[in-house]
Structures are given as structure tokens and as C-alpha cells.
Design a protein around this ligand. Structure first.
Ligand code: SF4
Length: 170
């Protein structure tokens, strides 16, 4: 059982799904994303698109921040993204938020990922298999965080758009 005080964030879960080397750089405090234009654009989209939401930037525990939550007949977690390029990572980031809220006793079964630039959204559900996969991922993330050296480069097409490209290929 993973406790939520191990300082794992949604970004770390997303990076774990995309690239374990990227996760390692990020957890060592090498945050080149801040100077990456596309990431800044993503943050602006996230802040502007749903600024009238009542429950925005909801903090879970010490390290997790959800873009917004809607509370109606059920509680739904919402995450805003710039593009669908890393959709699988986005899905697991939202599942991690749902997992975390459930660990705090909040009954969340639904998440929605918004892609306002292309006017699309995607529903994300959560089941017991997801819980197992999240807990395995959290164990792996803790192992990667403690590695002395970064995992190998992955040579994927999306590497050329990664903020850490120069640390891997130049
Ligand atoms: S450039 Fe590729 S290998 Fe390097 S951190 Fe980014 S995704 Fe990983």
C-alpha cells in the first residue's frame, strides 16, 4: 500500500507514463519545462478556459493539485490539457487524482479531461484494476526517483518536442 505522503505529484505520474528518464530529471529538480513555450501555453489555457469554476486548483494532501472539481450528484475531477498528444499520460494523471481523493475518503468515480483548443473532452473512469496499476506505478516512481543515474533515452518521435531533448541527444 502506497501512502499519499510520499510526495508524488500528478506531473510525476504523467511523466512516468511518458518516459522514465524524463521523470528522473524532473524529480531531481531539473525543471526545464518552465522555459518551454508549449508548457507555458498549456498553463495559460488551463488557467483561462475554466476561470469561472467554483472549485479550482483543488489541493489534495501536500503535493497534488487538481485543475478543478465539480460537485453535483457526484464529484467529478476535471483536468485541462493543451493537446491530445500524450492522452494516455493525461488519463493516468486523472486516475491518480481520483485514486488520491478516494484514499482521503472522497467517493470519486469519474474524471473529465478537457482539450479546449480542439473543443473536445474525454471521460475517465476508475476501477479496481486502475487502483492496482496506480499502486504499482507509485512503487516504480519511488524506485526511479532513488536511482543514482537517469534511465536510458527512449528514442521516441516525441523526444524532439521534449524540454529535456538537449540533455538526451545533444
Ligand atoms: S528527450 Fe526523450 S528520452 Fe529524453 S527525457 Fe525527453 S522523452 Fe525521455
Amino acid at each position: 500500500m502506497i501512502m499519499l505522503d510520499e510526495r508524488i505529484t500528478g506531473t510525476q505520474v504523467a511523466y512516468y507514463m511518458v518516459c522514465k528518464r524524463k521523470l528522473w530529471f524532473f524529480t531531481k529538480g531539473i525543471e526545464m519545462e518552465n522555459s518551454n513555450d508549449s508548457v507555458i501555453i498549456g498553463k495559460v489555457i488551463s488557467q483561462e478556459a475554466f476561470k469561472r469554476e467554483k472549485y479550482r486548483e483543488v489541493v489534495i494532501g501536500e503535493t497534488i493539485k487538481v485543475d478543478f472539481i465539480r460537485i453535483g450528484k457526484e464529484i467529478v475531477v476535471h483536468e485541462v490539457k493543451k493537446s491530445r498528444k500524450m492522452e494516455e499520460a493525461h488519463i493516468w494523471q486523472v486516475k491518480f487524482y481520483m485514486y488520491s481523493l478516494r484514499k482521503f475518503g472522497v467517493p470519486v468515480n469519474m474524471g473529465i479531461i478537457h482539450y479546449p483548443k480542439i473543443m473536445k473532452k474525454m471521460e475517465v473512469t476508475f476501477d479496481s484494476e486502475d487502483e492496482k496499476k496506480i499502486e504499482e506505478s507509485l512503487s516504480q516512481i519511488n524506485l526511479i526517483k532513488n536511482l543514482e543515474f537517469p534511465p536510458a533515452v527512449i528514442n521516441k518521435p516525441f523526444c524532439k518536442n521534449c524540454a529535456y531533448y538537449e540533455l538526451c541527444y545533444v
